[in-house]
Design a protein around this ligand. Structure first.
Ligand SMILES: [Cu+2]
Length: 482
């Protein structure tokens, strides 16, 4: 029997050749039995939920005890055996974590997908705590809910706090491949026909023109889910009157940005994308696709039910959960609001300040990335290049301070995500500031957002728009350094 240390060394040696070892093993080798014993098992599976009174077949990422995703602690290792129990290849990205690049879960970049019946092992230290999530980076599986929370407890968890996780999703009964085909074939989707002419002119538009009329929500969804449920039958979370809640909101939607609405409660935002910020107190917070919000709530003493809602941007539809403090009547909440919400802005982003900013340093390298697209043909790109495997990675070198200047030349907002590194928002529209440290930043139409990061995790990394169909249509590039 090999020691754990020897196993890790042998795993590391194997990783140099074929990392994250996807294998279609029927009889696991003794080594893998041993490592599986110390690892958390996560299973990719099919499951059924009910949406709008109809059964829906979706994916899930669950432990054998059926808990979704992982709750762990900072300082521990992320030690996971991922088993693919669905009938198609898959690979899971640990969104916001900074693993060795071979364990980052992007097919074709970090590792090959895990075949049906196969498994892959992951093992790396957890450098920081916070609210993260995991999702498939394979094809369009994320739209079918191949995602789960990844919560890393740290000192932000005070003993009196009750953790409440709220994961938001957009849902369609139309298979994602059909949704994407519909977007590609402009005119076939009801809204696309009317929009196509103005979108054609969007290519190469000036920032002023882009800012004039944002174009939102290019997929029409059947429902918006909060922890798998709609407001027709929302999750009701029992909380204590006068109690303290740490609300961890994860926007796991494929294409939808929201305004989180705490109603009569005021919340204290303490972290975005896992990373602590100076507190911001409000009852409404924007949350773009893939982003997270950690919000402390102090509940009043009287028994009351508090809806926590997410209103789709530029729309009236909403979803949410209910925090029930004591014996409180729970009123039915409509799934639409009275008025159409505004588009998300960068107003909150401008106010956010990292609790622990990057060490001030002049950039060694700056890349300018114009976010570009041709809405009429539904091609999305960076510097007018729709990604394919022949596009060269952006050059950077180990040890550099890198800045990425993103200029959105389209009419759609793009939540841009960097893999393998946390970054800091350091400029919006020409104004430098010490903004939030995070992993996904929204760049709204016509805006210029600059992020900085330290090239301290060598490898081959993805950088892309997190809107699923934009990513698939080419708003994606890579960084590579060793
Ligand atoms: Cu996009």
């Amino acid at each position: 029997m090999l020691s754990r240390r020897a196993l890790l060394v042998s795993a590391a040696a194997a990783a140099a050749v074929r990392p994250a070892t996807p294998s279609a093993q029927t009889a696991p080798a003794p080594d893998s039995i041993e490592s599986a014993r110390s690892a958390t098992i996560l299973q990719l599976q099919r499951r059924m939920i009910e949406v709008n009174g109809k059964p829906a077949s979706v994916f899930g990422i669950r432990q054998p005890d059926s808990s979704s995703g992982i709750i762990t602690e900072v300082g521990k290792r992320f030690s996971v055996r991922l088993q693919n129990n669905i009938d198609q290849p898959s690979l899971i990205h640990w969104h916001g974590l900074t693993p060795p690049w071979r364990q980052d879960g992007v097919p074709g970049i970090s590792a090959p997908p895990i075949p049906p019946g196969g498994s892959a092992d992951y093992d790396f230290p957890l450098r920081f705590g916070g609210t993260f999530w995991m999702h498939s980076h394979q094809g369009l599986q994320e739209q079918s809910l191949m995602l789960a929370p990844l919560i890393i407890h740290d000192d932000r968890n005070r003993p009196r706090d009750q953790d409440v996780v709220l994961i938001l999703n957009d849902f369609s009964f139309t298979p994602p491949e059909e949704i994407f085909a519909g977007l590609k074939k402009s005119g076939s989707m009801p809204n696309m026909a009317a929009r196509a002419p103005q979108m054609a002119s969007a290519t190469g538009m000036t920032p002023t023109g882009a800012a004039a009329a944002p174009d939102l929500n290019d997929v029409k969804y059947d429902a918006f889910l909060a922890n798998d449920r709609t407001l027709a039958d929302p999750e009701v979370v029992k909380v204590e009157p006068g109690g303290h809640v740490l609300l961890r909101v994860i926007n796991g939607s494929s294409m939808s940005n929201y305004h989180l609405d705490l109603g009569q409660l005021k919340g204290e935002l303490i972290a975005v994308d896992g990373f602590r910020t100076a507190s911001v107190i409000a009852s409404r917070f924007p949350i773009a696709v893939a982003q997270r919000l950690d919000i402390r709530l102090e509940l009043p003493r009287e028994p009351t039910a508090y809806p926590v809602l997410a209103v789709l941007e530029g729309d009236r539809r909403q979803t949410g959960i209910v925090l029930a403090a004591g014996r409180a009547a729970i009123a039915r909440i409509a799934d639409t609001t009275g008025t159409t919400s505004a588009a998300l802005t960068l107003d909150l982003e401008r106010r956010l300040h990292a609790a622990v900013p990057l060490r001030p340093r002049k950039a060694d390298r700056v890349h300018t990335l114009n976010l570009t697209g041709d809405m009429a043909r539904y091609i999305w790109s960076i510097n007018n290049i729709a990604w394919n495997k022949d596009v060269p990675p952006l050059p950077i070198a180990k040890g550099e301070r890198v800045e990425l200047v993103m200029i959105n030349q389209t009419r759609m907002p793009h939540p841009m995500h960097l893999h393998g590194h946390e970054f800091q928002v350091v400029e919006i529209d020409g104004k430098r500031f010490s903004g939030a440290v995070r992993d996904t930043v929204l760049v709204t139409p016509g805006r210029r957002v600059v992020i900085a990061f330290d090239a301290n995790n060598p490898g081959f990394w993805a950088f892309h728009c997190h809107l699923l169909y934009h990513l698939d249509a080419g708003m994606f590039t890579t960084l590579r350094y060793v």
